[in-house]
Design a protein around this ligand. Structure first.
Ligand code: CU
Length: 128
């Protein structure tokens, strides 16, 4: 029993030691979410972060032909917990969005997420 308590206490210390890693900025979610399939006509992607990040590179590439999709406008020049990037409406296909950025504490971070765009446009919103 005593050795089990020791093991638990040790684990708690190990967990506490790794806590600072949790305070680094990381991507928390995206729109579309990683692995999602969305309706045709998608013309923006969003990345959300746990802490403010300034994006330095974003690329959206169609799988298969590896064609890079054109971003509309420039990357935000400020640190923010959320960044929305406009694109020309994406044709149906599978895509990978890759990004890199720098957090306010100077740490560089990067990641990617994948999604598919379907053939069918989103249903029109009901009239108000
Ligand atoms: Cu950090």
């Amino acid at each position: 029993m005593r050795s089990i308590i020791f093991a638990v206490v040790t684990l708690l210390f190990v967990a506490a030691g790794s806590m600072p890693a949790l305070s680094h900025a990381m991507m928390t979610t995206s729109i579309p979410k990683d692995g999602a399939t969305v309706a045709a006509g998608l013309s923006a992607i969003e990345m959300d972060f746990s802490r403010p990040v300034r994006l330095t590179v974003v690329g959206v590439v169609r799988a298969g032909d590896q064609k890079a999709m054109a971003l509309v406008g420039e990357l935000p020049s400020t640190f923010a917990k959320s960044a929305t990037l406009k694109l020309d409406p994406l044709p149906a296909g599978s895509y990978k969005a890759s990004w890199a950025g720098v957090a306010a504490d100077g740490h560089v971070l990067s990641g990617s997420f994948a999604f598919s765009v379907g053939e069918t446009p989103a249903a029109p919103k009901p009239a108000q």
